[in-house]
Each structure stands twice: as C-alpha cells, then as structure tokens.
Design a protein around this ligand. Structure first.
Ligand code: SF4
Ligand code: SF4
Length: 461
C-alpha cells in the first residue's frame, strides 16, 4: 500500500530530505532529470519554480520515476512514496527570484571570460550553436523568454541562458567591467496561487526577509483560502538582527494552521557547492532557532552539502535515533512501518502538533550542491541530445531511425523508448545513466536515510 503519511513522518522522525531545484531555475531537461533521479533516491519533497512549464515537467518526471520504481521492484530504487511538490513564492525582492544578464556584444575582446567559468549552472555561453539560441533541435532546451538575454551574431549565441540562471550572483563581482546585472521578479499571488493549487501542488514555501511583515501578510492573504488543500507551509528567511522576533510575528499571523509548518533556515543562500565551510552558517542558524523554542519543524538550507549531516550529528542536533554512531537514521524500515500503522491518521494529516517546538533539526534541503552532484549526468545527456540534433532527433522520435543511445548502449530501454513519444531524449532512455544518477543522488540522500539502504521499501506506489 502507499504510505500516505511518509513525507510527514520524515519530518517527525528527523530524516526529511528536500531537493531544491530552484525558485528561478527553469531549465526543463535538467529539472526532469533531477526530479527523476532524486525521486528514485527516496526524497520527501521537491521544491520547484512557480512556473507552469516547470510544474508540468516535474509532474511528468514524478510519474515516470514512480513507474520506474514500480518496475524496478525496490532493487535499485528507494522510492517509498511520491515526494511532495513544493513551489516557492516571494513577498519582495529576493536573490532566489532574479536572473543575470549582460550584452555579450559589448564585452572587451581580450576578456578571459571568468563569468563563464564561475557559473555553477553553465548558464553563461559564448558562441553557442544556433540550436541553443533558437531552442530548435533540443525542443525544450530553451524556452522563448530564455533567448532575450542572448546576443546572436552569425548564428552563434552569447550571453546568459536565462532558464538555467538561478540568480546565485557569483558572476556579478567577477566581471572586470561590471556589466552583468540582475533582474528581480516577484510572483503575482492573486493569479499564481489559484493556478499552482489547481496544478496539484502539495506545499508552498514563502520567501521572506526580516521587516517584511506587511508584504508577507499580503501574500498570505492569497494563500490562506487554499490552506485546506496544502500539506505543508514552509517559510524561508535568512538570518539577521531581529530574526526570532520576526519569525514569532509571522507565526502569530498565520496561526492556527490546518497543515504542517516548517521554517527553512537559509544559512548562506545558493552556496552548498562552493566548499565545506558553506554549511556552517546554516547549522549555526539552526542552533539559534532551535534554542528559541519556536513552534514548527526546522529545516536547514543555504550552503548545505555532504558536510551538513555529519556536522549536525557532531553537535547533537539530529533526532535522537539518528545520533547513533552506527547509522545516521533509524535502523531498519520494518519497525518504522509498524509504528506508522499505529499513527492516528488525523494527527498525521495535521502535521503532528506543529504548535510545539521540536528539539532537533527535522531535515535538510539541498539545492546547488544536489544539482552539481548530478552535473556529469546532465552534461552527458545534453551532449547526446546535441548529437541527436534535428533532423535525426525527429527521425528517432518517429521510430524511423535508431537512437545513438541504442548504438552506444545495448540496454536501451524499450519500456520507455523514445520511439513511443515525441519528447527529446530523457534519463529513462539511458538506463546506465539513470542508475548512475540515482546512485549519485542516493549518496547524499542516504546521509539522512541510511535505514533503507539495506532494506528498500517496496510499497505499491
Ligand atoms: S547569477 Fe549565478 S547562475 Fe546566473 S548566470 Fe550568474 S553565475 Fe550563473
Ligand atoms: S567577465 Fe564580463 S566582460 Fe568578461 S566575458 Fe564575462 S560579461 Fe563579458
């Protein structure tokens, strides 16, 4: 049977894992791959941009992943329930909701292009093939608005691929002539909230900042009528003077809630892939909010990476059962399933008494680090897609030609073959890459969920 309570149970038991695709990350092929790989690796929640194309792509990827998990029978997959889909909305200017851009035609001719090197999303290109600029050949590789920040000279494109840019800002200070700028955007809640709820979203995350109470309340007014359809409300806020008072004011203004409440503590935003030290700010912020006794689940983000869980463990900030030296999570799946059967359903749906503070970190969200971990897979898929540029890709899609993958990989999936659909090549078409991606994703997920590594759950999804 499907474990309907599972994501909530992960919060309660302190092994919640959220993949952050990115509030402004719109690169659909990458989102599709990330959602598939991390779903098969056993995540609880996937945070995506409030964009119709992104939501649609993520839902397709979730369906594919759950089909693959079922077909795999728990041999290589760790999917125990369909992860929740969360979208992020902002109540004001926020670096997560911005895009970089520059006019490549005005770059000094001798510039060594450090911007290209530093971009973690490979969003900055110079003299890229015309297919990239036009979005042809790769079908969904670029959306229409992604071309606006590109300069196209002699059919070669240079600039920022806006669908890949997630606003980290690393390219800004490195440009010697400071010609890279950012454009922020804000959600229009009155139009956006009904749309995302009708699209079947499970959770909403509100990005706010200290002092934004009026703006927050305006956004909240659009969300409040939909609360009974949500399983979780998350509030993301960076540290600063008066943080705890601000979070308490937010709590007062949204209480009581009919769903779970989570505080996303954004230590050092969008930096987890930079190095070991980036996790410190998130852990420190977690300690600060935990000791305040603020009601709701605490989840770290911003600078999180492979060092976050060991650091939390060293500081005794994980759930007591995860503190065991032999493992980072409950010992085996079976006792958990039994205890779950005894849960009171209404309590589970209500979010386990979110009016009480927890004494441990309920989970961790990973963004740039999780994406970077899968970059070799994303690059290989991109390379194969480029090789399959039109008209060959169309011939393969219509079944009149063999995919290059079928040539390089005899294990080419027939169950999810490209010949059955008109979509560009997906992760499911390359089984070797697919399970490599799941293995990489699992290396991160298992830090919080080591308990089902040896005992994968085989629930009927
Ligand atoms: S803001 Fe970050 S993701 Fe966007 S182009 Fe600059 S370095 Fe790349
Ligand atoms: S660093 Fe600045 S000047 Fe140099 S290529 Fe990049 S945008 Fe152009």
């Amino acid at each position: 049977m499907t474990d309907l309570y599972y994501p909530l149970r992960s919060l309660r038991e302190g092994h919640w894992f959220k993949l952050i695709c990115g509030a402004s990350f719109q690169h659909l092929p990458a989102i599709r791959t990330l959602v598939m790989a991390y779903t098969l690796a056993g995540v609880d929640c996937i945070d995506i941009a409030a964009d119709p194309a992104v939501i649609s792509t993520a839902k397709i990827a979730l369906d594919l992943a759950t089909s693959l998990a079922k077909a795999d029978g728990g041999k290589r997959s760790y999917t125990h329930a369909v992860p929740w889909l969360m979208v992020s909305l902002n109540d004001g200017e926020d670096p997560h909701f911005r895009k970089a851009e520059f006019n490549a035609a005005t770059c000094p001719s001798g510039c060594a292009r450090p911007c290209e090197q530093i971009c973690p999303a490979q969003a900055i290109v110079f003299e890229a093939p015309a297919e990239v600029a036009r979005g042809s050949g790769l079908a969904t590789m670029l959306r229409t608005d992604a071309r606006e920040s590109l300069a196209v000279i002699d059919d070669r494109a240079s600039g920022v691929l806006s669908d890949r840019c997630y606003g980290c800002g690393r390219c800004l200070p490195i440009c010697p002539v400071q010609q890279i700028v950012t454009h922020s955007y804000q959600s229009t809640p009155a139009a956006m909230v009904p749309f995302i709820m009708q699209a079947g979203i499970d959770a909403i995350e509100i990005h706010t900042q200290i002092g934004h109470i009026d703006e927050f309340c305006r956004l909240w007014a659009a969300i409040e009528p939909w609360l009974d359809k949500l399983k979780l409300i998350a509030i993301s806020c960076p540290d600063g003077d008066g943080l705890l008072d601000y979070l308490r004011a937010l709590y007062e203004s949204i209480s009581p809630l009919p769903c779970a409440l989570m505080w996303q503590l954004d230590g050092r935003p969008m930096s987890g892939d930079i190095g070991i030290g980036t996790t410190r700010a998130a852990v420190k912020l977690g300690q600060k909010v935990l000791t305040s006794g603020l009601p709701g689940y605490i989840q770290l983000a911003g600078g999180t990476n492979h060092h976050t869980v060991p650091k939390l463990k060293a500081l005794n900030l994980l759930h007591p059962r995860l503190q065991n030296a032999a493992t980072t999570a409950p010992s085996v799946a079976e006792p958990l399933l039994k205890s779950d059967q005894a849960l009171d359903a209404s309590q589970a749906v209500q979010g386990y008494a979110h009016d009480q503070a927890t004494a441990y970190v309920a989970g961790v969200a990973y963004g740039s680090y999780a994406r970077t971990l899968l970059m070799p897979i994303l690059n290989q898929l991109d390379a194969i897609r480029l090789e399959m540029a039109e008209p060959e890709a169309r011939a393969v899609a219509s079944g009149s030609a063999r995919s290059p993958l079928a040539i390089v990989n005899p294990a080419f999936s027939t169950a999810f073959s490209t010949t059955e659909r008109s979509q560009p090549l997906g992760l499911e078409d390359a089984p070797d890459l697919l399970w490599q991606a799941v293995g990489l994703a699992r290396s991160l997920v298992s830090q919080l969920k080591a308990f089902n590594t040896e005992h994968p759950m085989r629930l009927d999804l």
